[in-house]
Design a protein around this ligand. Structure first.
Ligand code: MLT
Length: 248
C-alpha cells in the first residue's frame, strides 16, 4: 500500500520526499475552504500568489481577473474580495479568474511545487478529497499551512480526519497516526468537531475580527464536492468534481 505522512507546518517539508508524492495543502481557516467554495460557485480558476505586490501585478495583466485575499485576516486596500468563503458567491466569482494572496495558505501551496500533484483540503471538502485520494497509488503528504509559522489546531484536525479516512488505502506513518489520534482526541474532549475548531487560536482571532460565521462555515464537514488541484506549471487552481460521499 502507498504511504501517508503529514507535516504540521510547510517549513517541515522534506522536499526530496515530495517528488513523486501527492501534496495536500490544508488551510481550514480560511484559504483552502474559500478556494473550494469559489470553485464550487463557478470561478474559472484561482491563481495563488505569495505576495500582495505580485498579486496586484498579475491581476493587472490578466484581463477581468479579480484581486482577492487578506493580510492579518483583512482585505487589503483595492482588493475586490477578502478571504471569507461567504463572499465567493456565484454572482461574485462565476466565470472569473481569481488572483488570491493569503498570509499562509498560498505560501504553503508554492512550497509544494516539487510534488507530483498538489491538491487542497479542508473540512468542507473532506469527503470529496478522500474519494479522490483513495483511488491514487502515490505516497501522500498532508501539509498543514499553520498560522504565521505556528501550528494550527484546525489544520491538524483536518489532516487527522483525512488520515483516519484513508486508513484502508494508505499506510500512515507515525506523523499521520499522531494527527489522526490528536484529531479524534480533540473532537472527543470538546464534544464536537465544530467546538474543537472553535477552540483554536486562529478561530478566536477571526471571531475578534468579526469573522465568526466563517469559522462555523469552515467547520461543516463534507458539504462541498470540489477537490481543488493546483498546477504549478500554469499557476492555476482548478476543480475536480467528485460525487459526495459521507465519511463515518
Ligand atoms: C491564510 O492563508 O493565512 C489564512 O487563510 C488567513 C485567514 O484569512 O484567516
Amino acid at each position: 500500500m502507498p504511504t501517508l505522512s503529514a507535516v504540521t507546518l510547510p517549513d517541515h517539508l522534506d522536499q526530496e520526499k515530495l517528488t513523486g508524492s501527492i501534496a495536500v495543502v490544508i488551510d481550514v481557516l480560511r484559504a483552502t475552504t474559500t478556494i473550494a467554495q469559489a470553485l464550487q460557485h463557478g470561478a474559472r480558476c484561482i491563481i495563488p500568489v505569495a505576495s500582495i505586490d505580485s498579486a496586484r501585478m498579475i491581476a493587472h495583466k490578466r484581463q477581468s481577473a479579480l484581486l482577492c485575499g487578506e493580510r492579518g485576516g483583512i482585505k487589503p486596500e483595492g482588493f475586490t474580495l477578502g478571504n471569507s468563503p461567504a463572499e465567493y458567491t456565484q454572482q461574485a466569482v462565476g466565470g472569473r479568474d481569481l488572483v488570491l494572496t493569503t498570509t499562509n495558505g498560498t505560501r504553503a501551496m508554492h512550497m509544494c511545487d516539487a510534488a507530483y500533484e498538489v491538491l487542497t483540503g479542508s473540512i468542507t471538502n473532506l469527503g470529496a478529497l478522500v474519494n479522490e485520494l483513495s483511488t491514487r497509488d502515490q505516497h501522500i503528504v498532508l501539509v498543514c499551512s499553520g498560522t504565521d509559522r505556528k501550528v494550527s489546531l484546525e489544520d491538524a484536525i483536518a489532516a487527522g480526519l483525512i488520515a483516519q479516512a484513508l486508513q484502508s488505502t494508505h499506510t500512515p506513518d507515525d506523523s499521520a497516526t499522531l494527527l489522526r489520534d490528536a484529531a479524534l482526541g480533540a473532537i472527543q474532549s470538546h464534544g464536537s468537531l465544530e467546538l474543537a475548531i472553535a477552540s483554536s487560536f486562529h478561530a478566536a482571532r477571526l471571531n475578534d475580527l468579526g469573522f465568526g460565521a466563517d469559522v462555523r462555515f469552515a467547520s461543516q464537514r463534507s458539504c462541498c464536492p470540489i477537490v481543488p488541484r493546483f498546477d504549478p506549471a500554469t499557476g492555476e487552481i482548478t476543480g475536480i468534481e467528485q460525487p459526495q460521499k459521507t465519511l463515518g
